[in-house]
Design a protein around this ligand. Structure first.
Ligand SMILES: *Cc1c(COP(=O)(O)O)cnc(C)c1O
Length: 353
């Protein structure tokens, strides 16, 4: 028997999304991502269950597609012919893909020299107009907001509520697969739209009796880009995890609300801790993610060391694919490469046989 066709976020979750019969049902097959049980890190943490939500399985390799499909569909419904976003990389890859699919113009504002190679390659392939800003992501977002405010071009950053609506569907999927909400959800925090969206989704699931409990929301920022943890904006955020290199998150307040209402926390993890988790996920779980995604697991390991991790069932969101950032993969890992002559004996020797 063949698998049923992937329906996409708009079809599958129509009843919980702000869409109308006039909203075009566009899709690239986003959503319905795997929830995979841990085989190694679960034991290290001593929790009852650890699951990974593989958002890297979305069509452009990150969770951004869940919200982008809603934002682009709603923009089209309103008659837009062009979309604009500021991006650390994945938002632009996603916006460019849906724009290409739907015949819209995509323009992206990116901080010069700070976007991982795979993400830029996607925007180029999808034919987006790329504007490199001499400044940070935060500058780029401020500019994008004012340009979209004065010209007929739809802003598709997560300040657009349609993005949050689409992204909340991941919580519905988790509750559906597990039969309930987990006890805790670990998630990287950059511009803080995603933690906001997951919390909205879990609150709705409880209201609709899809879940009997709310998870504690465990958010993790990179130590060099941790404005929410520090309680003030960071002027020049620094971290290897470029997707969360953000100094002044747009969804700061709702992220704090998610933290407080869920009795959760938002803490910082160092780049060393992020890269350790990055290597561990690949080497012991077979999951190659981008550095920002590893922040969720780095955070769980840190909480566990400090005695702050309660047991129960935990879900870690793996937000994007390791293929996005080949430079970090090269620098953070030691390849096991040996040279051999092109002979049977040469290969035997190289393999130590
Ligand atoms: C966008 C992104 C994040 C951060 O999500 P926010 O909604 O900005 O907090 C984390 N990881 C990846 C891979 C991303 O693309």
């Amino acid at each position: 028997m063949s698998e049923p066709q992937r329906r996409g976020v708009l079809e599958r979750w129509a009843e919980v999304l702000p869409i109308t019969p006039q909203t075009p049902r566009i899709t690239l097959g986003e959503g319905d991502t795997p929830l995979v049980r841990s085989v190694a890190i679960e034991r290290e943490l001593g929790v009852d269950e650890l699951w990974f939500k593989l958002e890297s399985s979305n069509p452009t390799g990150s969770f951004k597609d869940r919200g982008m499909v809603v934002a682009v569909a709603k923009a089209m419904e309103r008659g837009a012919q062009a979309v604009l976003c500021a991006s650390t990389g994945n938002t632009s890859a996603s916006a460019a893909a849906y724009a290409a699919r739907c015949g819209l113009e995509a323009s992206i504002l990116v901080p010069h020299g700070r976007v991982a190679a795979g993400k830029l390659a996607q925007a180029v392939a999808f034919g987006a107009r790329i504007v490199e800003i001499e400044g940070s992501f935060d500058h780029a977002l401020t500019l994008a907001r004012s340009v979209a405010g004065t010209h007929p071009i739809a802003l598709v950053n997560s300040v657009n509520p349609d993005r949050i609506e689409g992204q909340k569907t991941a919580s519905y999927e988790i509750c559906e697969t597990l039969g309930d909400a987990p006890d805790a959800l670990a998630i990287p925090v950059g511009n803080a739209g995603n933690i906001t969206a997951y919390w909205k989704g879990f609150v709705e699931c409880a209201e609709r009796d899809y879940a009997s409990l709310h998870p504690r929301m465990l958010g993790f920022q990179a130590a060099g880009a941790a404005p929410i943890v520090r309680g003030e904006p960071v002027d020049d955020p620094q971290t290897v995890a470029t997707a969360i290199r953000i100094g002044n998150p747009a969804s700061w307040k709702p992220a704090e609300q998610a933290r407080d209402e869920s009795e959760g926390l938002i803490e910082a993890v160092s780049d060393d801790e992020i890269l350790e988790a990055y290597r561990l996920l690949a080497g012991s779980e077979g999951l190659f993610v981008e550095p920002a995604s590893a922040a969720s697991v780095a955070g769980l390991r840190k909480l566990n060391r400090e005695g702050g991790l309660r047991g129960g069932r935990v879900v870690a969101v793996l937000t994007g694919s390791g293929l996005k950032d080949p430079e970090t993969a090269e620098h953070a890992n030691t390849p096991k490469v040996v040279r051999a002559t092109a002979t049977f004996e040469g290969v035997e020797r190289a393999l130590g046989l």
